[in-house]
Design a protein around this ligand. Structure first.
Ligand code: SAM
Length: 226
C-alpha cells in the first residue's frame, strides 16, 4: 500500500520534489531484518547507512572502538553511541568552534569562509544527550594535537569537521588505526560550501592509493573502508 502511495507521489509531484532535491524512494524493501532508524533524524540516507555499517561490524564481531571528529552538539554522535553500545566512543572537538589556524588556511585556499559558529555547545551538554554516556570519552581541544596520546584501534569513525586541515589530519590519524573491515565516513565530500572536505579525501586517497564511495546523503558524504 505504502509503495503504491510512493509511486503515486512520484508520478504526481516527482519532478517538483526532485527540483528541490527531495526524493521519494523505497529502501531495502526486501530485507527481513528489522532496522532501528530514528524517523526524526533529518538525513535518512546518512543514518540508514550508519545502521547498515554497524550491522556489518557488530555481526562480524570486529574489534575496535568508534569515534567522531567534529561533534558539535552530538546529533550524529548519539546514533554512533546507540548503534555501538558496547564500544568506547571518542568525541573529538574543540567544543568552542573552528580554530583560527584551520580557518586561515581555508580562506587562503578558497575552500570555505570558515564563518559558521559552532561554539554554542559543551562537553557536559553533549554527554547528557548520549544514550550510553558511560562509554563516551570526550577529547576536548584542537585536533590533531588533542589526539597525540591516543593509541587505540577503531572500527568506525565519522569525520565531520568541515575544514580541510582537521579532515586531512583525521584521515592520517585514523586510517592506520582502522581495523580490517572498518569504515570512515567523511561528511561534506560533495558539499560545495566546504570544498576542503573533498580535497582532503582526494589528496589522502591518492597518497595512500585507496578508494572511496560517495553517498547521495544530504551533505554528500564519502566512505572509506579497509
Ligand atoms: C559541522 S560541526 C559537527 C556536526 C556534528 N557532527 C553533528 O552531527 O551535528 C563541525 C565541528 O567540528 C569541530 N572542529 C573543526 N575543526 C576542529 C579541530 N581542528 N579540532 C577539533 N574540533 C574541530 C567544530 O568545533 C564543530 O563543532
Amino acid at each position: 500500500m505504502i509503495k503504491f502511495f510512493a509511486k503515486g507521489i512520484n508520478f504526481l509531484f516527482g519532478k517538483n520534489l526532485q527540483n528541490k532535491n527531495v526524493f521519494v524512494s523505497g529502501s531495502l524493501q526486501y530485507l527481513e531484518r528489522k532496522r532501528n532508524i530514528d524517523k526524526n533524524y533529518f538525513d535518512y540516507i546518512r543514518l540508514a547507512t550508519l545502521e547498515l555499517v554497524s550491522h556489518e561490524i557488530n555481526s562480524k564481531r570486529l574489534a575496535g572502538n568508534v569515534a567522531e571528529l567534529g561533534v558539535y552538539k552530538g546529533k550524529f554522535a548519539r546514533y554512533i553511541n546507540s548503534y555501538f553500545p558496547d564500544r568506547s566512543l571518542y568525541l573529538f572537538d574543540t567544543f568552542e568552534g573552528f580554530d583560527k589556524r584551520d580557518v586561515a588556511l581555508e580562506q587562503k585556499q578558497n575552500f570555505s569562509s570558515g564563518a559558521q559558529d559552532f561554539s554554542d555547545t559543551s562537553v557536559e551538554s553533549v554527554l547528557q544527550s548520549m544514550p550510553n554516556r558511560e562509554k563516551c570519552i570526550p577529547v576536548k581541544g584542537f585536533f590533531p594535537d588533542s589526539a597525540t596520546n591516543i593509541q587505540d584501534s577503531f572500527v568506525f569513525v565519522s569525520l565531520d569537521a568541515d575544514l580541510f586541515e582537521p579532515i586531512y589530519s583525521g584521515l592520517q590519524f585514523f586510517y592506520p588505526k582502522l581495523s580490517k573491515g572498518g569504515y570512515i565516513f567523511i561528511h561534506d565530500f560533495n558539499n560545495d560550501a566546504y570544498k576542503g572536505a573533498r580535497k582532503a579525501v582526494e589528496q589522502f586517497c591518492h597518497e595512500e592509493n585507496i578508494s572511496f564511495v560517495p553517498l547521495p546523503d544530504a551533505n554528500g558524504s564519502a566512505i572509506i573502508s579497509k
